[in-house]
Design a protein. Structure first.
Length: 182
């Protein structure tokens, strides 16, 4: 048999302990504190720039398979918008579509071309680069009139050939071409 005083004290302790415990209080903060805001910084110029960049219309890049699906023959999938004439010349020299002639000018060697390259674009590039080289040689001759134009050109070619890309097509003799060794 259970004694009443022991049972009553047990019930009293049980109810008393329930009243002592409660759920912890939570405070939800939806904003950073002032210190956190200072540490994070504020970049309104950068945010505006990013917003404008994200809404600027531009072409969507397509894969070669997507071009083929549209019926467009893939010629060149290199983005040439940021390539200089020197980059294009290096690529065509390695493909043997153009060559460094013995006279210091670029030469059209499309018959030896490896891979696909637009012949008309290559010819335009050769004309543009050769025009720039001739203009450079004229300026060099004006700076050093005592040195013959032929000597300047020959010396320029020797120095220039050191910087020609490895595997670039170089004229070594009359109608003789070879890839530059590095």
């Amino acid at each position: 048999m259970i004694r009443v005083p022991v049972f009553a004290s047990f019930v009293f302790c049980a109810f008393a302990s329930i009243g002592c415990f409660g759920a912890p209080e939570f405070v939800t903060v939806d904003r950073a504190t002032a210190l956190e805001q200072q540490a994070a910084g504020s970049f309104p110029d950068l945010e505006r720039k990013l917003n404008r960049a994200s809404i600027t219309p531009r072409p969507v890049p397509l894969t070669p398979k997507q071009f083929e699906a549209l019926g467009i023959k893939p010629i060149r999938f290199v983005d040439t918008t940021e390539m200089t004439d020197a980059d294009l010349v290096d690529g065509l020299l390695v493909q043997h579509c153009i060559g460094e002639g013995r006279d210091g000018l670029l030469v059209d060697t499309h018959s030896a071309c490896i891979g696909a390259a637009d012949h008309e674009d290559a010819l335009e590039l050769v004309q543009r680069v050769n025009g720039a080289r001739i203009q450079l040689w004229r300026w060099m001759h004006e700076q050093r009139p005592a040195v013959s134009a032929e000597e300047l050109r020959r010396t320029w070619r020797e120095v220039h050939l050191r910087g020609v890309v490895c595997g670039g097509w170089v004229q070594v003799g009359p109608e003789q071409w070879e890839a530059k060794r590095c």
